[in-house]
Each structure stands twice: as C-alpha cells, then as structure tokens.
Ligand binder design. Structure first.
Ligand SMILES: [Zn+2]
Length: 367
C-alpha cells in the first residue's frame, strides 16, 4: 500500500496563524496551525499563486488534518508602524500623512507536528513538492522563518490520525528533557463522521479555517476535537527513544549544595538586595525564583529576588492561583502589587486566627 499520511514539523522563533477575523488592524494568531495556513505552505511548495490555487485548495480540503502541540510557545505582540512621518501614496492617488498602525500577534518558540491524511496520490504529490519547494516556505507570515525542514520524515501508512500523531517521538526540549518521561500532549484533530461514530461529539468545535479561496479570502467550516495523547515511554517504540536520547543534565544533590554555584548566586542576590525583602523591606530570609529557566543549579543573579517569609508565601499563593509556567512573578513588578498585598493580608488574618485559637486552647487547658 502507498503512504496515506504526511508529517510536517512547524517550528521556529516566530509563527502566526491568522484566522478569518485577522484581516484588520489587530491581527491575532490561532493557538495552533490552521488548515488554511498549512494549505498556504503546500501552495508555496508547488509554486502556485493565490489566483492559481482554488483547484488545489479543493483537494487539500479533502485531506484530514491533525496537530500535536509539542510546545505551545508564548504569545507575543508586535506593535507595527508603517510609514511614520513619510508621505505614502494611497491607492486613490492621494497622499497619506499619518502612519498605519497595526498590532500583530505571534507564537514565540512554538513547535507543532502536523499530520495530513487521505488520498495516496495527493500525499505523494505533496511530499515531492515539500521536499523541493518552488518558493520559500514560511510559518503563517512571510517574516516567520522555519528553523527546521518542514517535511518531517517520510510519508507513511496509518489507519487513523491519532495513530500517526503517536508514532513520532518527542524532540528533546528544555522542558521535556531527554524524552525518558512520557508526556501528555494536547492535540487538535479533525473529526469526520464514520459508521462507528456518525454523530458529532458533544465537545467538538467548529473551526472556520478550511480554505476555499485565498483571493478573496473565503473559508469553510470543519469539525475538530481536542484530545491529549501520551508520547514518550509507552507512547512510542523504545528504539526510537534510545536513538534520540541525550545525556541527562547533572542535578545538584543536597550534599553538593554548600559549595554549589547556586548557593553563591543566592548569597550574591541577598547582598545585592541588602538582605532586605524587595517587596516590604523587612529582613529577607529567602530568595524567590522569578523564572525557572535555569533552575536546578544554573541560576543567574537576575533569576532570583530576596524576600521575607511573609511576602514569599504571598507571592507563592498568587502564583499558585494563576497556575504560572516557567516564568514566575517578579515581586518588584508593579502589576502584581495589589495581588501580593491582598494575599499578605489574607495570610496575616489567617495566622492571627490560628494564634488566637492556640492561645485560647492553652487557657482552657489551664496554662
Ligand atoms: Zn516582605
């Protein structure tokens, strides 16, 4: 049997997957590659202009698509000014004096595995085109350059989109380490009615991103479902994991701590903050990580802040409530001030109640 499944790796410093609402001043990105964005990549690989593409778009829409979110990335805004202070020609022939301002949103440092599945001849045709693209391929916008080849391995034969998503090992990343631990990854999978499942699932979503035409832009709906799958040990064959294994980073053991680099950085940070809490200026008793990017022994001075116990607990509680990722709260940052103050009050109130109870209990016991 000929392959029916194509794998694309969409990874780079920036990507932006505009949806049908993104033609105006504020251009947002979807959380993951859209079908029209992926169709754009294939059209570029085949060297088709927007006007030439409708017939191919019809074929692409027949393929089913799924996305595995290996790394969701961080949302990032670009405040974009065109023609500030310059006199620009307008289409009508006049002169435009004011600048055009637009806000463009990007996903920073994201990585997606995209699977296309369907007609064998079409898959073969697209694989050939992507191996030797006619035009430059980009991740949603021309300024978004991919950091690895878009074609991820050879086309293959799979029964379902999910099987295909499971078959690819996880790449090494800062967050996941060497792929030893299985990871649960979010997936966005196109849903189609089958004899086994004729009814659309309750939690299905409608995405208006199936391209009908690029000029003028027109999109048809498709049904997608969200699912998380296990990848890593148990999720993919062990041989693949061995091949991609990278030595684990040395962890600082407790015994090593006294002379460790971390202890030195921690002491330096306390000195820098004059051994005072950066939030309330009480004596500092601890340091707080404002980022975990280098946590585990590689910390740098700017990763830490000195705090008193009360402010430390308050900041930790605020962080807990927000379920933050790798970057934590910087207690010196104005935006957290009110939240930290509120949590401090909460802790003080709670502790004084506890203290009163303890004292009252002692009285009752005859102390
Ligand atoms: Zn404090």
């Amino acid at each position: 049997m000929k392959p029916n499944t194509l794998f694309l790796r969409l990874e780079g410093p920036l990507q932006s997957w505009g949806d049908h609402q993104s033609e105006f001043v504020i251009r947002r990105t979807a959380e993951a590659p859209t079908k029209s964005g992926v169709a754009g990549i294939i059209c570029a690989a085949k060297g088709l202009t927007r006007e030439q593409s409708p017939r191919l778009l019809e074929k692409i829409s027949r393929l089913a698509m799924a996305v595995r979110i290996d790394r969701p990335g961080v949302r990032w805004w670009d405040f974009h000014i065109v023609g500030g202070g310059k006199q620009m020609r307008k289409a009508s022939g006049g002169i435009r004096k004011d600048a055009i301002i637009s806000l463009r949103e990007y996903l920073c440092n994201a990585s997606f595995l995209v699977v296309l599945q369907g007609d064998n001849d079409l898959i073969e045709d697209f694989e050939i085109a992507l191996r030797k693209p006619r035009w430059q391929l980009y991740l949603g916008r021309k300024s978004c350059v991919p950091s690895s080849p878009i074609l991820d391995g050879q086309a293959d034969l799979f029964e379902t989109l999910e099987d295909a998503l499971r078959s690819k090992p996880l790449r090494w990343t800062e967050e996941f380490g060497n792929g030893n631990k299985p990871q649960r990854l979010g997936c966005i999978i196109e849903w189609r009615a089958t004899p086994q499942e004729p009814q659309m699932p309750q939690d299905a979503e409608i995405w208006y991103d199936t391209p009908v035409s690029f000029k003028p832009p027109a999109h048809a709906p498709r049904v997608v479902i969200r699912k998380s799958i296990n990848v890593g040990k148990g999720g993919v064959p062990v041989e693949i994991l061995k091949a991609t294994r990278i030595p684990e980073r040395q962890r600082t053991s407790h015994a090593d701590y006294a002379n460790s680099k971390y202890k030195k950085v921690r002491e330096k940070r306390l000195d820098l903050d004059r051994r005072l809490c950066v939030f309330c200026k009480s004596p500092a008793t601890t340091v707080q990580h404002v980022t975990y990017r280098r946590a585990g022994g590689e910390e740098e001075l700017q990763d830490l802040r000195s705090l008193c116990r009360l402010c430390h607990d308050a900041v930790t509680m605020v962080e807990y409530g927000l379920s933050l990722g790798i970057d934590r709260i910087n207690p010196e940052d104005e935006q957290w001030r009110e939240m930290i103050l509120a949590k401090r009050d909460e802790i003080i109130r709670f502790r004084s109640i506890q203290m009163r109870r303890r004292l009252l209990g002692r009285e009752e016991e005859g102390f």
